[in-house]
Structure formats: structure tokens, C-alpha cells
Design a binder for this molecule. Structure first.
Ligand code: ACM
Ligand code: ZN
Length: 525
């Protein structure tokens, strides 16, 4: 008899009759079952209990209570005593893994570490949004595919306030992203206070005006600027850490240096005539690689940077460095001769290697864009593959670590539809949510090469993104697709994602996040 009922249930379920009852979590958990048994009713006053001595879990529980108040109108209490909603650690689980169980006796979230519990609670936010306060009995087990799941925000082309950056971090946390790559220096603005070099923010954080319109050469005539004080940086780093997100700072070198050169002209080959750029693009004003004073400057800047950012990885840019000034500069040419370098590409490698040695001597590791492969790369550097996947593939074959962020799938400044006229500004290109979803970080790699891929990242450059509404439009829902690649790479299913994303959009609304209305273009698949 029981067997017959189960068979009928299975048949109904397969027919979609109970489709709405299945947990709709993004990224897709490894296991998520809802067996129709008695669950748990959350009400005001329900206690979330944490182990008595775990301050970190206590803070995590407090965050969860805040989300529930905002997203579900529920006022939960945090307690060290036994409550029906229990958070706990199970060291037998992987560091970021979790188990979530709902039954008539209560709700249990177990994590390998506090990060795992935090991710379990991200899933729970989605479940409460889906089912309301009456949770059905269910069981979820989950663990990410990749250890590095990043998102980059360019705060140079446009500046975002600390509160805006925190909202960005909140959105990353909801998607179980664990790295915030903070692009802090570029031609159009230097955005981080460096105490030893105050001109970097007095001069370099401000430009005379900004490009008007999309890909036009006309400017608005309005001074534009902004930077983060070291206190604010510490605040952002701590805020991210509470959400189990490591902030990876990017200090660009040797290219994208106009703002630094405008602040301290002796950093450039010509020694004068620099300005903070007002147009977008790639500029020939780069750090002089011949003068030792450039390296002294870099090391003193990085000394302050590593004191602010506990991240093991420090990003040094390395992309888009025109070499024409190095060809003309006697100091750069002398360096090439004295170091026995073949050409200016090898001079760029010399620059990056020298900085890498300094970082390594200070206990940190270097990440650079895939141009750092040109002219030779050290074995210990990590490549961020952006000009397609080629750099990441070459890195993995050379047994260097790589992070896949190809512009073909991960550039969130690109348009999301094939008809940009219906969209807010993008820089060009086409990266729909379906394209992000289709990213294969292991494309062309053998089993032996795969372990060199640390993970994936989305990049949000902001030439044409001047405010939070536009930023969120570029980020969502594409970030949901990136999160599923990073967390659930081996269990992707476009049809299932489509359904679950429908639920997630409701949670975005509850959080006040703006999400692009475009969805799937079937021609992408
Ligand atoms: C890049 O998009 N220039 C890394
Ligand atoms: Zn030079």
C-alpha cells in the first residue's frame, strides 16, 4: 500500500504536480529533497541558538535575524540556549559545506566551518522567500565546486560610496560569492588613501570631467572624484569578512597609471605632462620601469595595502600596458640592457617579477591579468584570464594557477540582449545570462590540468555605470548564473535554473535589488 502511494507521488511529481514544492535554491545544491513530511512554522520570537562560545556564529545568527525581519517580517531572537532553529559546526564537513534539515522538531544548519553555516543560511533565506514562514520538511546537502568565486567592481571609472560598496557585498553574499576583487586604481582615478603619498588622493582621485554619452568624445565639464580613506577601507574589509568574503585589492601596474603619474610625475618616463584621464580607453602614460624610484614607490604603497587587506592574494593588474614610452626612455632601455632582457615585453615581466618577489617576501601571492604571461611568468603567479579562456588554459598547461573570467562569458559591462537599444548603457559586446550559465571553466583542459583552475569571476567595469540602479541591473540576474557555475558547476541544468531563478527574483524584490528584466535568449543555448 505504502509503495503504491509512493509510486503515485513519484508519478505526480514527475508530471510537475509538485514542482512548486521542490526547494528552489540558486546555486543548485548537491542534494535538495522535500519529502512532503511535517515541517516547521517560523513565528515571531522563535529562537536561533548557537554554541555558547562561538562569537562568529552569534554574529551570523544576528545577520540572519535581520534578513528575516526585512525579507519576511519575522522577528527571530538569537540565544545561546536551545532553540528550534539551531546553528552548529560539524568538522567532518568541508570548510564551506553545509547541511540544512527542516523537520517537526526544528531546523538545523550544520557547517564545516562558520562559512558553511553562513551559506546554509543563504539557502534558508531563499527557502523562506519561496515557502513563506511555514517551511516543509526538507533536507539539503551542499558544497561548492570552486574555492575561488569572485566578482570585481571597478570603483575608478565611477566611484561608489562605502554604503554602495556594502550593498554590492551584500548581493555577493546572497550568491555565496567569496571574493570581492576591488579595482582601486586606474587612469581615471586613484581611489585608495596612501598615507605616505597623499598626492595620490589629493590629485589622483579627481578628474576634470567625464565622458558624456556612450562612446562619445564629448565631456560633461563637471569635476568628478572620490576615494576611500584607510578607515573606510578597513570598515569595508571587516564588513566583507563578516559575510565570509575576502577583499582582493587591485593596484594597477605598470599600465593604467595616469592618475598616479598626475600625482607624482617622476613615476613616468617623461617626468611631466600628465593628467587624470577624462576619456575611457588605454593610455601610453605608464610607470617607468627603468627608475628604481618607481619600485620604491610601489613597495611603499603595497606596504600600506597589505596592512589593510588580509587577503593572501594581491592583484597587480598587468593588463593593457602600451610600451611606446619604454621604447623611448633611456632609463627603461638601460634596464633592458643591464638585465639582459630581450625586449619591452620582458621588461614588463621584470616589473611584475620584481613586485612578486616583494609580495612573496611579505607573505602574499600575486594575481595579474593574463598579459603577465607575455614575456615570461614566474611559477607562483596566478593568472586572471580575461581575453577569452586562452590565458587560463596556457597558465594551467604551464602549471600556474588561473581564475577564469573570460570576457566572452564574465564581462558584466557588456549588453545582456542582442538589441542594446532596449537596455541601459553597456560598453558593447553581448553576455546574456544564458552565456554566463554556459561558461565551462575546464574547456580544453585535461584531468591533470583542471586542478590549476582555482575558480571563476565576474567583472563589472564601470565606464558606463554611474549609479547603483544601473550597477544592479548589470549584476542581476547574471550573478546568479555565475554563482551556479562557481558553486554547482557539475550539476547545471538550464531548465531547472530558469525555474529557480524565477523564485530568486522574488527575493531580489524583497531585498530591493533591481534585476534586469531580460531572461533567456534561446539562440544562446
Ligand atoms: C581588462 O579588462 N582590461 C582586464
Ligand atoms: Zn622609463
Amino acid at each position: 500500500m505504502k509503495k503504491t502511494i509512493l509510486l503515485v507521488l513519484a508519478a505526480l511529481s514527475a508530471a510537475g504536480a509538485f514542482a512548486a514544492a521542490q526547494p528552489a535554491v540558486v546555486p543548485q545544491p548537491r542534494l535538495a529533497v522535500c519529502d512532503g513530511g511535517e515541517g516547521l512554522q517560523l513565528t515571531d520570537g522563535v529562537r536561533i541558538s548557537v554554541p555558547a562560545d562561538n562569537v562568529v556564529l552569534f554574529r551570523v545568527a544576528e545577520q540572519f535575524a535581520q534578513w528575516m525581519e526585512r525579507e519576511a517580517g519575522l522577528r527571530l531572537a538569537v540565544a545561546e540556549s536551545d532553540g528550534p532553529l539551531r546553528l552548529t559546526l560539524d568538522p567532518a564537513l568541508g570548510a564551506e559545506a553545509y547541511r540544512l534539515t527542516v523537520g517537526p522538531d526544528g531546523l538545523l544548519v550544520e557547517g564545516g566551518t562558520e562559512a558553511g553555516v553562513f551559506y546554509g543560511l543563504q539557502s534558508l533565506r531563499q527557502l523562506v522567500s519561496q515557502y513563506g514562514a511555514a517551511l516543509p520538511a526538507l533536507h539539503i546537502e551542499d558544497e561548492p565546486t570552486f574555492a575561488y568565486r569572485g566578482t570585481m567592481l571597478d570603483c575608478c571609472r565611477h566611484f561608489f560610496t562605502v554604503d554602495e560598496v556594502k550593498t554590492f557585498i551584500d548581493i555577493l553574499a546572497l550568491h555565496k560569492i567569496n571574493r570581492f576583487h576591488w579595482h582601486l586604481t586606474d587612469d581615471q582615478g586613484w581611489r585608495i588613501e596612501i598615507l605616505r603619498y597623499p598626492e595620490l588622493t589629493r590629485v589622483g582621485a579627481h578628474r576634470a570631467e567625464t565622458v558624456l554619452g556612450n562612446n562619445s568624445a564629448a565631456c560633461d565639464g563637471k569635476p568628478y572624484g572620490g576615494y576611500y580613506t584607510q578607515r573606510q577601507v578597513r570598515d569595508v574589509v571587516a564588513y566583507a569578512a563578516e559575510r565570509f568574503i575576502t577583499v582582493v585589492p587591485e593596484i594597477e601596474m605598470p599600465g593604467h597609471a595616469s592618475a598616479a603619474l598626475a600625482s607624482y610625475p617622476w613615476l613616468g618616463c617623461a617626468g611631466e605632462g600628465y593628467k587624470v584621464q577624462t576619456l575611457w580607453g588605454v593610455f601610453p602614460e605608464v610607470f617607468c620601469a627603468g627608475r628604481d624610484t618607481t619600485f620604491e614607490f610601489m613597495e611603499e604603497v603595497l606596504d600600506e595595502v597589505i596592512a589593510l587587506f588580509p587577503s593572501e592574494y594581491i592583484h597587480v593588474g598587468g593588463d593593457e600596458c602600451p610600451k611606446e614610452n619604454w621604447k623611448r626612455c633611456p632609463e627603461c632601455q638601460r634596464r633592458i640592457r643591464e638585465e639582459g632582457l630581450r625586449d619591452e615585453n620582458e621588461l614588463q615581466s621584470y616589473f611584475i617579477h620584481r613586485i612578486e618577489r616583494w609580495l612573496n617576501a611579505h607573505g602574499r601571492r600575486l594575481i595579474g591579468w593574463d598579459e603577465i604571461l607575455e614575456g615570461g611568468i614566474s611559477q607562483s603567479a596566478t593568472i586572471m584570464s580575461w581575453r577569452g579562456a586562452a590565458g587560463g588554459i596556457a597558465a594551467a598547461r604551464a602549471e600556474n594557477h588561473a581564475i577564469m573570467t573570460p570576457n566572452t562569458h564574465c564581462y558584466f559591462d557588456y549588453y545582456q540582449t542582442k538589441d542594446p537599444r532596449q537596455e541601459p548603457w553597456g560598453i558593447g559586446g553581448y553576455v546574456s545570462v544564458g552565456k554566463v550559465y554556459a561558461l565551462d571553466p575546464y574547456d580544453q583542459l585535461t584531468e591533470a590540468e583542471r586542478p590549476f583552475i582555482l575558480g571563476v569571476q565576474a567583472n563589472l567595469w564601470t565606464e558606463y555605470v554611474a549609479g547603483m540602479a544601473h550597477l544592479q541591473h548589470m549584476l542581476l540576474p547574471r550573478l546568479a548564473a555565475l554563482a551556479e557555475v562557481g558553486w554547482a558547476c557539475d550539476r547545471r541544468d538550464m531548465e531547472s535554473f530558469r525555474v529557480r531563478l524565477g523564485e530568486l527574483r522574488r527575493l531580489y524584490e524583497r531585498c530591493g535589488y533591481r534585476c534586469a528584466p531580460y531572461f533567456f535568449d534561446r539562440t544562446d543555448e
